[in-house]
Design a protein around this ligand. Structure first.
Ligand code: Z5A
Length: 212
């Protein structure tokens, strides 16, 4: 086991903000500079639970709203042993969406409060850094139309964004807002800067527990 742990870095953001593009670019840059790094994404559609979620998102199946929320959370929990193992080995994990998406998307549905939505994810490995890629709807539209998956409508995405705003008020999480309207390389520079700081800080800090 390496003496210094890796950092847990999460990218969140609105639809088409460039999360996947930037996660890949960050991992490549970290690896190129000799820092071990790997990418993860949630939902992880490769597991049995992930396949249930994927069918739901693709509208091939319907699931009751509480049930699917708990499945998204279970999909994170099932990966926790692997995440901890990799962080312990000194590997930095760059994660495309995490529990914050879980809370923002479900609490944007009628009849859900944020408190209930947060509960299943309490105690997950706490990210050392969460970057929120901010992009206004007009700019997102220039990057292509919404896809055909569930949740990909402008009204729903607007209320998801409001929920993210509320989550970002929580000072127990190290949030950084990134202007995602810049070109890919400039956004990457901002993300890399914050990430290198987080990696240094994480080396000497134990991994925390989210919302605990
Ligand atoms: N969900 C949930 O309900 N509960 C949960 O717990 C979790 C998730 C974890 C998963 O979607 C869905 O599940 C998601 C939330 C919900 N539903 N929605 N919406 P996903 O992860 O499979 O896909 P996504 O996260 O929705 O992807 P995205 O938002 O559409 O894309 P992105 O990753 O932010 O962007 P991208 O793919 O990197 O880039 C999009 C396009 O923009 C592409 O053509 C790029 O080349 C272009 N791009 C990227 N950056 C730039 C810049 N800087 N300038 C110009 N163009 C750019």
């Amino acid at each position: 086991m390496a003496s210094k742990r890796g950092a847990l870095i999460v990218l969140e953001g609105v639809d088409r903000a460039g999360k996947t593009t930037q996660c890949k670019k960050l991992v490549q840059a970290l690896q190129a500079s000799g820092r071990p790094a790997e990418m993860m994404r949630f939902p992880d559609r490769t597991t049995t639970i992930g396949q249930l979620i994927s069918a739901y998102l693709e509208k091939k199946s319907d699931l009751e709203d509480h049930t699917v929320h708990l499945l998204f959370s279970a999909n994170r929990w099932e990966l926790v042993p692997l995440m901890k193992q990799q962080l312990d080995r000194g590997i930095t994990l760059v994660v495309d969406r995490y529990a914050f998406s879980g809370v923002a998307f479900t609490s944007a549905k009628p009849g859900f409060c944020m408190d209930w939505c947060m509960k299943p994810d309490v105690g997950l490995p706490k990210p050392d850094l969460v970057m929120f890629l901010q992009l206004n709807p007009a700019e997102a539209a220039l990057r292509g139309q919404f896809g055909s998956e569930r949740y990909e409508t402008s009204a729903f995405q607007k209320s998801v964004q409001q929920k993210f705003k509320q989550l970002m008020k929580d000072p127990s999480v190290n949030w950084k807002v990134i202007d995602a309207s810049k070109n890919v390389d400039d956004v990457h520079d901002d993300i890399k800067h914050h990430s290198l700081n987080a990696i240094s800080a994480a080396e000497n800090t134990p991994l925390g527990e989210l919302w605990k």
